[in-house]
Design a protein around this ligand. Sequence first.
Ligand SMILES: [Zn+2]
Length: 68
Amino acid sequence: MSKQPISKMLLDILACPACESRPKVALIDDKLHCPLCARVYSIEDGVPIMLVEKASKDGENQSGEETR
Ligand SMILES: [Zn+2]
């Protein structure tokens, strides 16, 4: 049994949709973390949810609010 929730190949082509430079996301604790904007994308049933509105910010609790 692999601990990887998604394949390495898939992980390789995933990029953060919120960042213009499209940085690759890192797989940490079954979630995808963007190194630039610190957004966290979840993986549901092996499918990465690469949606900005569904992403949560690292270090925040499920809040979609952004501080201005
Ligand atoms: Zn980003």
